[in-house]
Design a protein around this ligand. Structure first.
Ligand SMILES: NC(=O)c1ccc[n+]([C@@H]2O[C@H](COP(=O)([O-])OP(=O)(O)OC[C@H]3O[C@@H](n4cnc5c(N)ncnc54)[C@H](O)[C@@H]3O)[C@@H](O)[C@H]2O)c1
Ligand SMILES: O=C(O)C(=O)C[C@]1(C(=O)O)C=C[C@@H](O)C=C1
Length: 360
């Protein structure tokens, strides 16, 4: 059954998140109206197939407006959408929830027609050209109703999350902000501070950088304006997480003053890291599967990767993930194939038999 009764969904803000949502909903057969303050972003989202421009005088309001603008602009846009009769209900996708839900309650005449939400999916790049139709697939999408929220607002926001392929869950705005302080906002700060250490470093040092520092700093590429808004809005929840981090950093630095005597502390902190990482959920909220990895040396010439994947397929082993590194000073690439635990030996044997060089 169509959760919107054949009515349109309006997406305001056709950047990374809004355009990704427009693409996903359009694929799911929803009529998607689009609006953005920047005409060139709107035009790009339409060109990509995320929906069509919101008509100036629509025959009827959209069933739901999804407001995908920076956090500080959410309440104003929700107010405009509601008072202009452009949508019956509204949600937003901002990375913080207490700020927009409080501001909507204070500023919008019928705040019960709005429910805050947040898809836990994104990228370190912004704008419509970075959009992906499957950005939300399998990811949690948090919905934060309060006592005054109309059930229809929640029902329609849940429908949008499901149609985008996400896994909806509900919690209060305060619970949400505490959770994302730990799993999203502090990690962003850590990545930015580490990446900042590289900014003025000598070129001969940065040239040695490999996958480790690249993994740790990927999210540091996020838009500094957006992240300033996020950290400002969620400062109260981020500070205690940072305080814990500072106390661990202090212990680590003290241990390094006398590194041999400090080894038990180093070991404890490093073990805590292993334990913490094992708690991260996998693709669909399940416990993370630790894959087995097979490293193959591949000549740096056309067609080699395609041949490798074909031979891995012929071995009957599914490649779950792949990374490619270049070996310094050698005309070869190292291709790391992640496979289900236990399948490494099978794949190694089969690839060796087909003439591939296995490393490690
Ligand atoms: N980037 C992520 O990884 C991510 C993930 C989940 C949620 N979010 C949240 O989604 C929202 C959008 O983030 P994004 O990454 O898509 O940013 P973005 O910069 O890619 O897109 C924001 C869009 O909003 C438009 N806009 C700004 N003010 C507007 C207004 N008053 N009226 C109409 N349009 C306006 C901009 O022109 C731009 O197209 C933010 O609230 C962010 O916190 C971001
Ligand atoms: O993968 C990334 O690039 C992200 O940073 C995405 C991420 C996150 O921290 O998980 C960042 C902010 C959003 O509010 C939601 C998702």
């Amino acid at each position: 059954m169509d959760p919107f009764g054949g009515r349109a969904v309006l997406v305001v803000g056709t950047g990374l998140v809004g355009t990704s949502l427009g693409l996903a909903l359009t694929r799911a057969g929803v009529d998607v109206r689009l609006a953005d303050a920047k005409p060139e972003f709107l035009a790009e989202a339409i060109r990509l197939g995320a929906g069509h421009a919101e008509p100036e005088t629509p025959a009827e309001p959209a069933a739901l407006a999804v407001v995908a603008v920076p956090p500080e602009a959410v309440a104003t846009v929700v107010g405009e959408v509601m008072s202009g009769g452009r949508a019956e209900y509204a949600t937003d996708v901002a990375s913080v929830k207490v700020l927009p839900t409080t501001q909507v309650r204070e500023r919008v005449p019928d705040p019960g027609r709005y429910v805050g939400s947040h898809p836990m999916a994104g990228r370190e790049v912004s704008g419509p050209s970075a959009a992906l139709a499957d950005l939300f697939a399998g990811r949690p999408w948090v919905i934060c109703p309060d006592d005054g929220t109309h059930q229809q607002a929640v029902t329609r926001a849940l429908a949008v999350a499901r149609l985008a392929g996400a896994v909806p869950m509900t919690m209060t705005a305060t619970e949400h902000d505490a959770a994302v302080a730990l799993v999203s906002h502090t990690p962003h700060v850590v990545a930015a501070l580490m990446a900042g250490r590289l900014a003025g470093a000598p070129g001969h040092e940065v040239r040695l950088a490999g996958p480790g520092v690249t993994d740790v700093t990927r999210i540091a590429g996020g838009d500094p304006e957006l992240w300033t808004e996020i950290l400002t809005a969620n400062a109260a929840a981020v500070r205690p997480v940072l305080a814990g981090l500072r106390s661990d950093l202090d212990r680590l630095m003290s241990a390094l003053e006398a590194p041999v005597a400090g080894q038990p502390v180093l070991r404890e902190l490093l073990r805590d890291g292993v334990d913490g990482r094992s708690r991260l959920p996998g693709k669909h909220g399940s416990a993370r599967t630790e894959f087995g990895t097979v490293i193959v040396a591949v000549d740096d010439r056309p067609g080699q990767l395609a041949a490798l994947f074909a031979d891995a397929g012929a071995a009957g082993v599914n490649v779950e993930d792949v990374r490619i590194e270049h070996s310094p000073g050698e005309p070869i690439g190292l291709v790391e194939l992640d496979v289900r635990p236990g399948a490494e030996d099978e794949l190694t044997g089969s690839l060796r038999a087909r003439g591939w060089t296995i490393r490690g």
